[in-house]
Design a protein around this ligand. Structure first.
Ligand SMILES: [Mg+2]
Length: 120
């Protein structure tokens, strides 16, 4: 079972991801509300993949991804971007994030993307 960690300050997004992955092969191992919490939960839970928000308090998605890739440049990160994150998206690409979906997302779009990523 691939383990997934959700890093997003929005409880609504955590609920949406949980709902989308209900009855799927993915196991959600936690919800971090900012990047710092996310890094801690990665150490504790060893997820195979994370969904990563862009705009968050304490530590944003860009900074979080930098730390993740410093430890493991092949770590699987799916960035969930919202309207208004556009200016940060180029930076995200520059630091090596290759997979994105837009919020709000359709359940099947998220599932398909996560499946694709776990196969890479
Ligand atoms: Mg956010």
């Amino acid at each position: 079972m691939p383990k997934l960690l959700v890093i997003d300050d929005s409880p609504f997004i955590y609920k949406s991801v949980s709902k989308a992955l209900k009855d799927s092969e993915f196991e959600i191992v936690g919800h971090a509300r900012n990047g710092l919490e996310g890094l801690k939960l990665i150490e504790e839970q060893h997820p195979d993949i994370v969904t990563l928000d862009v705009t968050m308090p304490v530590m944003d998605g860009i900074e979080t991804a930098k730390h993740i890739f410093e430890k493991n440049k092949n770590f699987k990160v799916l960035m969930l971007s919202a309207m208004g994150d556009e200016t940060l998206l180029n930076t995200a690409k520059e630091i090596g994030i290759k997979h994105f979906i837009q919020k709000p997302f359709k359940d099947e779009v998220l599932l398909k993307k996560l499946r694709l990523l776990t196969l890479l």
